[in-house]
Design a binder for this molecule. Sequence first.
Ligand code: CP
Ligand code: NVA
Length: 303
Amino acid sequence: MKSKKDILSILDIKDEIPKILDLAIKFKNGEIGGKPLEGKSLAMIFQKSSTRTRVSFEVGMYELGGNSLFLSGSDLQMFRGESISDTAKVLSRYVDGIMIRASNHQDIVELSSEADIPVINGLTDLEHPCQALADMQTILEKKGNFNGKLAYVGDGNNVCNSLLLISACVGMDISIATPKNYQPSEDIISKAENISKKTGSKIQITDIVEDAVFGADKVYTDVWVSMGNEEEKEKRRNDFLKYQVNSKLMKLAAKDAIFMHCLPAIRGEEVVTEVIDGSQSVVIDQAENRLHAQKAVLYYLLK
Ligand code: CP
Ligand code: NVA
């Protein structure tokens, strides 16, 4: 049994979330200085596009004194047939950690089980834990606590799954409105419900968007067409029509509600310009917090 730590899922850090958020806040405030990861290297594997995840991890490693290697889908032998196992074992001899964005969550589970070094999920079809950490940091910053309700509207995908788990862990109420065929993973719902029995978080899964948003002090959405779903573009645009975050929907939320989005966003689809570029929107702060949260994750795993 290997003693390394990974962050493949929010479940891997379910008891460490306050500690990681505390580190993220300290990094943002400049309370942790020096070069704590001097001499350490991070391999960053990207099977899909990225702006925030790539740049925040790369700059984060640099600012902590370490080094990062950007390995895109067209660079690695793994994407032309080398086994995940050989890749994991070889990288373990060169670098101190692997951050990976992959299509299939099982691939990163396999990579992690064969690697001797920490593996970080930079987004899969199932979860986006690093995003959820930055989002919790943003909520703490804007609201001061996890009281109040997070309404998630749209596709019950990777971002939604991690938000559901992290909300349960920190004891925050979450109400998720998706069309019937786009609900979060059954397994994740049941794990979140189990955790919520201890933390007191109230979980609602519905297809009625107004129910989810009513009284929420945080309204969150994500794209209707995620990376890899491009073939279903037309169908999805139709299926999600009622789930657009617009000014009328935001009026159902609390007066002081914030609007959140992991980005990238498609204005005119899941959210209108008036909301994402309006005074309630915190999306750029969320994106900034990816840097601080990623430094916290790197420090927690590699220091
Ligand atoms: N939110 C997020 O992960 O953005 P990127 O796809 O740009 O990394
Ligand atoms: N759900 C989106 C998130 C992008 C950060 C996707 O998977 O493409």
